[in-house]
Ligand binder design. Structure first.
Ligand SMILES: CC(C)(COP(=O)(O)OP(=O)(O)OC[C@H]1O[C@@H](n2cnc3c(N)ncnc32)[C@H](O)[C@@H]1OP(=O)(O)O)[C@@H](O)C(=O)NCCC(=O)NCCS
Length: 141
């Protein structure tokens, strides 16, 4: 399987919008937030034959980084794409620490991040629209 990891390009917008506002994504990241976040300097995609299978949006914070959005196409999950994308990002950026927030009940994402070595370092109660707590996770280099 040959895939490419590269910065977001404006031509990707239509393709991404076909699946990114899926059920979970529209809960965590409202449409206007998704659209305004999709920029080449802060979004990378994993694409295969023109199809975007996984995407990550991030911001640089001096020597650290924060993941803002991470999603894999619903039919491409469990194949290692998000892992490869995050690995490529951390290899390229050489962040000392990478942070993110995840809903306390997003068990799939929590297991995903734990498998990559993220540890919980804090929490933000009533952070989400449903009153759920955000767990603050950190990956140290
Ligand atoms: C979380 C998400 C990005 C993972 O993407 P993915 O491409 O399926 O993840 P990968 O295939 O790279 O998984 C890597 C590892 O994480 C673990 N993992 C991933 N999804 C998991 C799940 N639902 N349940 C348990 N473990 C899981 C597996 O252990 C896997 O390890 P393996 O390679 O040994 O099998 C994807 O499920 C998604 O898009 N979810 C909806 C959006 C979301 O919740 N994003 C995160 C918000 S903070």
């Amino acid at each position: 399987m040959s895939f490419q990891i590269r910065p977001f390009q404006s031509k990707d917008f239509v393709e991404l919008m076909k699946w990114l506002p899926c059920e979970e994504a529209s809960f965590y990241w409202p449409g206007s937030y998704l659209e305004s976040s999709l920029r080449p300097e802060s979004t990378w995609v994993l694409a295969e034959e023109g199809f975007i299978l996984s995407m990550v949006t991030f911001q640089d914070l001096l020597s650290d980084g924060e993941v803002l959005i991470l999603a894999t196409h619903p039919s491409a999950r469990g194949k290692g794409f998000a892992r490869k994308l995050l690995q490529a990002l951390t290899d390229a950026k050489q962040y000392k620490r990478l942070w993110l927030e995840v809903h306390e009940k997003n068990e799939g994402a929590l297991r995903f991040y734990q498998s990559l070595g993220f540890l919980q370092v804090g929490q933000r109660p009533t952070y989400y629209r449903d009153g759920g707590t955000a767990l603050l996770l950190e990956l140290k280099r």
